[in-house]
Ligand binder design. Sequence first.
Ligand SMILES: Cc1cc2nc3c(=O)[nH]c(=O)nc-3n(C[C@H](O)[C@H](O)[C@H](O)COP(=O)(O)OP(=O)(O)OC[C@H]3O[C@@H](n4cnc5c(N)ncnc54)[C@H](O)[C@@H]3O)c2cc1C
Length: 225
Amino acid sequence: VVVADTLDPTARTNVRRHSERGVYERDRIHAILDEGMICHVAGHADGTTWMIPTAYGRRGDELLLHGAAGNHLLKAAGTGVPLTVTVTLVDAMVLARAVFSHSVNYRSVVVFGEASVITDPDDKAAALAAIVDHLLPGRSAECQAPTPSELTQTRVLRLPITEASAKVRTGPPLDQPENQDLPVWSGIVPLATLAGDPVDAPGVAEGTAPSAGWLDQRRWLRPRT
Ligand SMILES: Cc1cc2nc3c(=O)[nH]c(=O)nc-3n(C[C@H](O)[C@H](O)[C@H](O)COP(=O)(O)OP(=O)(O)OC[C@H]3O[C@@H](n4cnc5c(N)ncnc54)[C@H](O)[C@@H]3O)c2cc1C
């Protein structure tokens, strides 16, 4: 199977506002998904549009979502309710001279699709490992694998990343020409997500320590790009 490097925009994923900021390269979409930590999952069920923040993982061209078996939105999604998922990275405040021109530098992804439930226990365990490893690469191998009972208590969904867009804003504020000379400081303020020093859980087993590899990982400290 030949997989295209670029996703075709659809009627839903065609970036209309600032279309020059639209990105459809699979690698760039995946990179944003991999750098993000949480997503927002939206879907329409029981007469309301729900939106829930949650953790996720990525395995190839699939986004992996999980929750308690009774999780309302994921349960609905398992019956074919269409989902929209967003992931947002905020890179900088963009402070213009005029209120109108303020903005944010960002990289974000929107995925549309229908999820399916992962039922095979081995595949489910692998998907859960991928979600934990998305938070911290390599973590699942250090921890106890899910028991059959824990697998039963958990719903795991896969959502194809086939109808998706990214949008990226970079660069300085874009004030209107008539506001360029206003005597107001203007520029960007870079933002980054930083992880602090690990704090032991109560009763953590003697002789255990955070894996040395963690603290060295670039992913552990998320600099602006
Ligand atoms: C952190 C952040 C802050 C923002 N703040 C504002 C704000 O205050 N006001 C504002 O108007 N806009 C803001 N945006 C941009 C916003 O996400 C929309 O792109 C913009 O509002 C255009 O909306 P629209 O409905 O006209 O999009 P359209 O261009 O009509 O959207 C069509 C399709 O383009 C794709 N698309 C649109 N936006 C994005 C996106 N951000 N990421 C990935 N795919 C996308 C989707 O597939 C969408 O279905 C912000 C974005 C981010 C990430």
